[in-house]
Design a protein around this ligand. Structure first.
Ligand code: HOC
Length: 356
């Protein structure tokens, strides 16, 4: 049965009623006083979409592609960790819902289900695998190999998490993961169960350079997208090191608090990237108009996680599908009212900035 979704922001309060406190704090929380977390969504109000009426427009198409992979929507499930906190079937159910919505799925290193199981659940729909680089290169290579074997289409290498953001909800709740992390079972981290994020991350790289990006890009023949980019300088370093995609993100306000909203840095990064590689964007996306504005500011794919995880908690795979479809429906309406017939037109839409 489909989940009745009026809008994405309203899902958090509903999900809070059913996800245990520690897990909910981990999923919903940001770092320090959550200034960056809160500004991520507000920042979309810094620009406006130009309404167009006399365009003879109906049924705009949200179909798009990345790396030649066809998608029904530019909306992507960001590679969020430990979705077993929200639903017993975890990422397997998420993958089913994402695939049913015709969207792109991101899997996390810290998934509750394995790369292979999540990939199978996607029924052939495109998935990307996110890597937290370990100091142990056999760990990195083993996960990159498994991703390739499982039919994953690209690697998302996260570079903004060399240390855990100061997440007060986890401290207050003394949060430890109550469920195993399937990709960790054969490594020194054990399976991750009964540990906090810092313990789990202890064997991961605590410093990352452009040389590391190069080493990973040289190892795998899958395209490597570097995630956690918030400056043109880092975007250019990543591309210089062999990145075939840039992922603009401030980790949903979970890492550096006091940094800019992700949307506020997107256009400058896109200008520096200059269409050499595709750009994925996340952090704060809750509305169709947010997706529109991100695309018109240089993103090719627009990702989000928390609302989709709330949909997972509230309705399993169908909840996931319903959340993505509702957001895509808002995007379709916005596209029609802006006179943009397809995603390419949205990318060329002019945004206006009015200082109040
Ligand atoms: C110490 C590094 O993406 C999250 C996950 C895991 C982050 C690892 C932090 O909770 O945002």
């Amino acid at each position: 049965e489909k989940l009745n979704v009026l809008n994405l922001p309203s899902l958090e309060a509903e999900a809070k009623k059913i996800i245990p406190t520690g897990g909910f704090g981990y999923i919903s929380g940001g770092s320090e006083d959550e200034w960056t977390l809160n500004h991520n969504s507000e920042a979309f109000n810094h620009v406006q979409i130009v309404p167009r009426a006399l365009t003879n427009m109906e049924n705009p198409s949200t179909a798009t592609s990345i790396f030649g992979l066809d998608l029904k929507t530019p909306i992507m499930m960001a590679p969020a960790a430990a979705q077993g906190l929200a639903h017993s079937r975890g990422e397997v159910a998420t993958a089913e819902g994402v695939s049913a919505a015709g969207a792109l799925m991101g899997q996390s290193t810290y998934s509750s289900t394995s790369i292979a199981d999540t990939a199978i659940a996607g029924h052939g729909a495109p998935q990307f695998f996110q890597l937290y680089m370990s100091k142990d290169w056999s760990f990195n290579e083993s996960l990159l190999d498994e991703a390739k074997r499982s039919g994953v289409k690209a690697i998302i290498l996260t570079v903004d998490a060399t240390v855990d953001g100061y997440r007060e909800a986890d401290i207050i709740n003394k949060f430890q993961f109550p469920i195993p992390m399937a990709n960790l079972t054969k490594f020194s981290e054990g399976d991750g169960q009964g540990k906090g994020i810092e313990e789990i991350y202890a064997s991961a790289a605590q410093k990352i350079s452009a040389e590391d990006v190069k080493r990973i890009a040289d190892y795998t023949d899958l395209p490597v997208i570097v995630k956690g980019i918030q400056s043109p300088e880092d975007a250019l370093l990543a591309i210089g090191a062999g990145a075939q995609g840039i992922y603009v993100s401030n980790h949903g306000g979970r890492q550096l608090n006091g940094g800019p909203a992700s949307f506020d840095v997107l256009a400058d990064i896109a200008k520096a990237v200059n269409h050499r590689v595709p750009i994925i964007f996340d952090s704060g996306v809750r509305r169709g108009s947010h997706v529109f504005k991100a695309l018109a500011s240089g993103a090719d794919i627009v990702a989000l996680a928390r609302p989709i995880i709330y949909g997972l908690a509230l309705g399993g795979a169908q909840g996931v599908q319903s959340v993505i479809e509702e957001l895509n429906h808002e995007l379709e309406i916005d596209m029609q009212l802006a006179g943009t017939k397809d995603i390419e037109a949205v990318k060329h839409a002019k945004l206006i900035k009015i200082n109040y």
